[in-house]
Design a protein. Structure first.
Length: 282
């Protein structure tokens, strides 16, 4: 009888060992169902803002691969890179991730089917607007069961602390590129930053459009911001020479904090408030 009990016990052990790991069901920001194995420990991030979010919620040690542009915090530079706008799926698969996270912006159309074919879960995150950033961080933390920390609460407080009402709402144009001219339009997180700090967007259309010089003259900004690093002073000068009637002041800003909807967005708001305050607009 004892031998039979031992055999039954061993059979149960084998049964549990062969059982598939427990999975949890999620829905990403594109409405796609995503099934994850409980206990995500290996993550590949395909967007710099998501890499920063993962570090902020205390999960930087779980990141085993990132896109080529993830460079903050400094530890992110040392993580293996898997490509840029068209990630290398073979490199991703070689890292054996439990999860790949990507942004709704700039993904190659073949990414999702290629990862699905390799049985690698993909979770897509939307951070088009300022008020989507903190909730996205919360979802990522829950998704990977990150230990609790104050990152999300601190971010919300830091953003709210930068809210301003000004007597004169300066019209700002944020140029992403100069030739051709691309700008930050309405209904973007950059537009939300202008609203937060008491300024307004000089661009009348939404998204990140190519912008004509005629539109620039027709709706002239008081202030032009450009991301140093991505755009050079020489490029800006060449553009301004093409619109000699424009009298806007031009200021360079940190490329990463102004173009990444992530945990440093409050730093962008703080920098923008400093720019506006320095011009006597309080």
């Amino acid at each position: 009888m004892a031998r039979a009990e031992r055999l039954a016990f061993l059979a149960l052990l084998v049964l549990f060992a062969c059982s598939p790991p427990e999975q949890t069901a999620h829905t990403d920001d594109l409405g796609r169902p995503v099934a994850l194995t409980t206990g995500v420990t290996r993550v590949v991030s395909l967007a710099p803002n998501l890499t920063e979010m993962l570090f902020a919620v205390g999960a930087g040690g779980r990141i085993v691969g990132t896109d080529d542009f993830s460079n903050f915090p400094p530890d992110a530079k040392r993580i293996p890179k898997v490509g840029g706008m068209q990630p290398n799926v073979e490199k991703i698969a070689a890292l054996r991730p439990d999860l790949v996270v990507a942004s709704t912006e700039g993904n190659h159309p073949n990414l999702a089917p290629a990862l699905a074919a390799a049985s690698i879960p993909l979770y897509v995150v939307r951070t088009d607007r300022l008020d989507q950033i903190a909730p996205a961080m919360e979802r990522l933390a829950r998704l990977i069961d990150a230990p609790p920390n104050d990152a999300v609460r601190n971010l919300r407080s830091a953003i709210d602390a930068q809210r301003r009402t000004r007597s004169k709402r300066l019209r700002i144009l944020f140029m992403v590129w100069t030739d051709p001219l691309y700008v930050a339009g309405r209904n973007t997180f950059t537009d939300d930053l202008f609203q937060l700090t008491g300024a307004q967007n000089a661009v009348q259309v939404g998204g990140w459009p190519q912008y004509s010089l005629e539109s620039l003259v027709a709706s002239p900004p008081d202030l032009i911001l450009y991301p140093r690093g991505a755009v050079t002073p020489q490029q800006v000068e060449a553009l301004m020479k093409r619109v000699p009637s424009l009298r806007a002041e031009v200021v360079s800003v940190n490329e990463d904090i102004f173009q990444r909807p992530g945990p440093r967005v409050a730093d962008a708001a703080r920098a923008l408030n400093a720019i506006l305050d320095a011009r006597g607009d309080r």
